[in-house]
Unconditional design. Structure first.
Length: 117
DNA sequence: CGATTGACGTACG
DNA sequence: TCGTACGCCAATC
């Protein structure tokens, strides 16, 4: 049973998954894209985040980074230091625009949410 | 309407 | 291991 309100749009899915990212955790564009079934469209995830800023519902886009653990999109938060500040505020150590222990803090939707869900 | 860009990732050399 | 090339799809010029 699906909800009609479920946005089948790729962008809408990205927003939903992004909101599911737990506190103090981070994920990557590719992980979200892959979870949505469009692993090759990793760029679209980032593009969706660009529009997420104007959404009414807050989307923790600062928890979404590239697979290198680098805060590549920090310049899109209004201030280049805002993204890092938000991550540090959640207890995530960020050095030189890079998330420390990224591998350990990595939040994979396929695992955390369950592939069968 | 055509070409370029973009918050990425994978493939190839 | 590092550097370069290509693909993804949508938005912008």
């Amino acid at each position: 049973m699906k909800k009609k309100t479920e946005g089948d749009s790729f962008f809408q899915k990205v927003y939903q998954v992004a909101r599911l990212i737990p506190y103090g955790r981070v994920t990557t564009y590719g992980a979200i894209a892959k979870y949505l079934g469009t692993a090759g469209s990793s760029r679209m995830v980032g593009w969706a985040m660009n529009g997420a800023s104007h959404l009414e519902d807050a989307v923790p886009a600062h928890r979404v980074i590239n697979r290198n653990g680098l805060l590549t999109g920090k310049h899109h938060f209004g201030s280049p230091d805002l993204m890092q500040a938000l991550l540090e505020n959640e207890g995530i150590e960020v050095i030189d625009d890079k998330v420390q222990d990224f591998k350990k803090l990595f939040w994979d939707p396929e695992i955390e949410l369950g592939i069968r869900n």
